[in-house]
Design a protein. Structure first.
Length: 171
């Protein structure tokens, strides 16, 4: 709890001093690290629960919910990596000290690096994260997406178009 309050005091001091530039903030020390530490988690929370909460502040690309090797139960802490490092600042500032599932959590920057022997777990997490990504066709151009009804070739217009056409459009 002391660390949670210490982070909050640092953030409050920055606000009171009017520190607005990223280079002057205490967060700048972690500018090259996109991982955050999440501690004090309710042990019933799953990876999906954590992703739901933390995706409010950016796109997570990696998550390690630390589990007991023998029984697989959560140990109550995790490491999460965002696609954009600036999301870590938002998560630390907004979620540190928040109560989730009956527990006050600690959210802080970290210098975490995943271990190589966790590759199977990490692959499973990446597969789950990939399910949420929108696949954009590579053969579409902005012009194709923004084309209006009148831009279609006449042979492409069919009966379906007439049913969906605006009845007031021809007046």
């Amino acid at each position: 709890m002391n660390q949670i309050k210490a982070i909050q005091r640092i953030n409050d001091a920055e606000l009171q001093q009017g520190i607005l530039l990223p280079e002057q903030s205490w967060h700048d020390e972690y500018r090259n690290q996109a991982y955050i530490f999440i501690g004090g988690l309710n042990r019933e929370l799953t990876e999906a629960d954590i992703l739901t909460v933390f995706s409010q502040y950016g796109s997570p690309v990696d998550l390690k919910l630390v589990r007991d090797r023998e029984n697989g139960d959560s140990k109550g802490f995790a490491y999460l990596k965002y696609e954009d490092q600036r999301s870590t600042i938002l998560a630390v500032d907004n979620l540190n000290g928040v109560c989730i599932a009956g527990r006050v959590i600690k959210v802080d920057h970290t210098l975490y690096e995943p271990r190589e022997d966790d590759w199977e777990y990490r692959e499973a997490v990446h597969r789950e994260l990939d399910k949420d990504k929108v696949q954009v066709p590579t053969n579409l151009r902005l012009k194709d997406i923004t084309k209006g009804e009148n831009d279609k070739p006449k042979e492409a217009k069919g009966v379906e178009d007439d049913e969906l056409a605006d009845p007031m459009g021809n007046q």
